[in-house]
Structures are given as C-alpha cells and as structure tokens.
Design a protein around this ligand. Structure first.
Ligand SMILES: Cc1cc2nc3c(=O)[nH]c(=O)nc-3n(C[C@H](O)[C@H](O)[C@H](O)COP(=O)(O)O)c2cc1C
Ligand SMILES: CC(C)CC(=O)C(=O)O
Length: 360
C-alpha cells in the first residue's frame, strides 16, 4: 500500500513512479552541470532562523496580498509549461487545485491547455506568464489574457536563448503541444528551428515599454537577479519582480535566488513587490525567503509532482503541506502573522563571529 506523502520530498519520489523517464528528466533537470539547480536548494541551509520566545502564537495568520489580491498563503504556483505531460487534465487540474488551496496560479504561456480553458476552470486569481515570440503574437495573447480575466502579466526575462538542458537532448525529449498557439498565424519570421524559434532573443527594455503601452495590466518581471536590473525595472514601471534563476534551468552558475534576494530588496526599497522562486520545498524555506524580504514565493516542480501523483487533489495537497509547514514554522519562530516576519528572524551562515560553533 502506498502511503499518502507526508512532505514534498515524498511527493517527488512518488511522482517519479508516475512519469516516463524523459518527462521526469525534463521536469527535474537543470542546465549544463546543474550547479545552480543544486545551489537553489543548498542556499536555504546557509540561512539560520532566530526564533523569538514567549510570543502568543495560538493562531498564526498566513494571509497576505499580491498586487492587491488577497491570498490565504504567501505561496504561489510558478509558471511551468507542459503540464499535460504530468496528468491528462494538465493545467485545468492545477488551476482548480491552486484555487482550492486559496492561492494564485501563474499560468505559463506554453501551457498545454489554452489560457481561456484554464480561466474557465479557475476558482482563484491567476496571472499569465509571457515569452515574447513576435510582437503580433504578444499583442494577441495580451488581449486574450485581458478578456479572460488574468490580473497581471509576468514577463520572463532570463531566457533570450534556450539553455543546454542536456538531459532533454540525451533522452530525445519530444516536447508537448502548445494550447495557446495557432502556428500558422503566429510563427515569428525570424524563427529558425526547434527551441530557438520559441522565444525571441532580441527582447530589451524597449520591448517592456512597448508591452506596457499595450495594456493597463500590471507587469511583473520574472528572472531578475541583480540590483542593477531591479533599478532598471523600476524605471520602466514594473509592478513586481520575481527573483529567480528559472529553477536552475537557464544560466548555470548564476547566483541562487535566495542569495540574490537581499540586493534586490535593497535596490527596490519598497517601491514594488518582490517575490522569489527556486528550491522552495519546506515551510521553513518560505519563512526564510519572507524574512529576507520576499512578499511571497512561487513553487514550480513540487506542483508538477502533486499533479503527476493525484491531479487536482495532489496539487491542493502539495500546497496545503507547504501551508501547514509554514504555519508550524511561524509558531515555533514566534511569528503570529506574515506581517510579523522581519529580517531580524534570520542570520546568514558565517555571521556568527568568533562565537560560531565549529560544527557550523
Ligand atoms: C518543467 C518546468 C517548466 C517550466 N516552464 C516555465 C515557463 O514556461 N515559463 C517560465 O517563466 N518558467 C518556467 N519554469 C520555471 C519556473 O517558473 C520556476 O522558476 C522554477 O520551477 C522554480 O524552481 P522550483 O521548481 O525549484 O520551484 C519551468 C520550470 C520547470 C521545472
Ligand atoms: C517550453 C520551455 C521554454 C518552457 C520553460 O521555460 C522551461 O522548460 O523551463
């Protein structure tokens, strides 16, 4: 008898049993030597919590807002393409699971179902993630997103080229159908072949201004890792930033998102919301990211594991495990609410001075 997973790592193990090797490797994999993929996780172990004692934590309030939208827990669903490979219902199951868990889904433009079908099944808020392929195609997708009630656009800016995801190459990963495209209508005249045709490599800050001129929807940039780009983004009127290295799937060797977070938070100085993704697997990870200044975090692969194991219920369960773990962690840390999570709750490894125990 297979026991229900207790935590996200148990979901990961069970998900592997449900997926073909090529799909499993596509979901799990990173680029090149997967140094950044591993570092995403390891970064959380470099940050220590400083719990406070004798605080009334008889009820811990996990609720917050993102761009003014209330959510019951500061954990969002990250955009991941190709969810139909995990479960026949794909993104439809995910959006229902996210709504049931009281949170927001960022729908990937490369979803296997159309953004309209996904919106119809949604019970909670959703944003749409965009890659720019051509201006005509982007304009059309933005209009469709607005008509379907998406509340923000998330422009992914870390992917001017496909990375070397060698697991996919070795397995001959066949890809997946795109729910949002009519190839004939939207093919970029500059496109060459394969992945390169998917995303334009000439997207610059000017393109962001053009995107803003198309829509009054708030724009969030995904894939920012430096204070310099955070400042540029603010000058170009973004509403939010996702500090992310794409879960280790783009520039290998790029800094783990958790380590990049402090400089971005400092540069932004409260002028827009900042979120983080990459390697979140435990409630304590969420707590650390929030203490370092993130308004909320996003989870990618764990949602795919939940989807593969048990469709909508699996997605809901993965999100509720994280939520329960966060609640426990907050109580043990003496934080009765998300608003009480401050930077004084964390300490970077190596900042213990002369009294640092040798075992650290
Ligand atoms: C299978 C897979 C597909 C993804 N597809 C997209 C995508 O289409 N657009 C995007 O911006 N990010 C995409 N991402 C990156 C995620 O949004 C997110 O940054 C990353 O998964 C976070 O790391 P985590 O998986 O450790 O939570 C994808 C990630 C995975 C694992
Ligand atoms: C189709 C891909 C470009 C989706 C993606 O962003 C990813 O797999 O990381």
């Amino acid at each position: 008898m297979v026991l229900p997973p207790l935590n996200l790592f148990e979901y990961e193990k069970q998900a592997q049993e449900h997926l073909d090797t090529a799909v499993w490797d596509h979901y799990q994999g990173g680029s090149d030597d997967e140094v950044t993929l591993r570092a995403c996780r390891d970064a959380f172990a470099q940050v220590w919590l400083r719990p406070r004692a004798l605080v009334d934590v008889s009820s811990c309030d996990l609720r917050t807002t993102v761009l003014g939208t209330p959510i019951s827990v500061p954990v969002l669903v990250a955009p991941t393409g190709g969810q139909g490979l995990a479960h026949s219902e794909g993104e439809l199951a995910t959006v229902r699971g996210a709504g049931a868990a009281g949170t927001l889904m960022v729908v990937a433009m490369f979803s296997t179902r159309s953004l309209e079908e996904i919106a119809q099944q949604a019970t909670g808020p959703r944003w749409l993630q965009l890659y720019v392929r051509s201006r005509a195609q982007t304009r059309h997708v933005v209009q469709r997103a607005q008509a379907a009630g998406y509340q923000a656009l998330v422009l992914t800016v870390d992917s001017p080229r496909p990375a070397r995801c060698e697991r996919d190459w070795r397995n001959g990963f066949a890809g997946f159908p795109f729910g949002n495209y009519d190839e004939a209508e939207f093919i970029d005249p500059r496109a060459t072949e394969g992945d390169k045709a998917l995303i334009q490599d000439a997207v610059t800050w000017e393109m962001l201004d053009w995107l803003r001129s198309l829509t009054s929807l708030p724009i969030v940039l995904k894939g920012i890792l430096t204070a310099e780009d955070a400042r540029f983004a603010l000058e170009h009127g973004v509403a939010g930033l996702i500090v992310s290295n794409h879960g280790g799937r783009r520039l290998d060797g790029s800094v783990p998102a958790l380590m990049a977070l402090p400089e971005v938070i400092e540069a932004v100085a409260g002028r827009c919301e900042v979120y983080l993704d990459g390697g979140i697997r435990r409630g304590t990870d969420v707590l650390k990211a929030l203490a370092l200044g993130a308004r909320a975090v996003l989870v990618g692969r764990p949602v795919l594991w939940g989807l593969a194991v048990n469709g909508e219920q699996g997605v809901r369960h993965v999100l509720s495990i994280l939520s329960q773990e966060l609640e426990t962690a907050m109580a043990l840390a003496g934080c009765p609410g998300v608003k009480q999570i401050h930077s004084s709750l964390v300490r970077q490894r190596g900042t213990f001075g002369s009294r640092e125990p040798a075992s650290l």
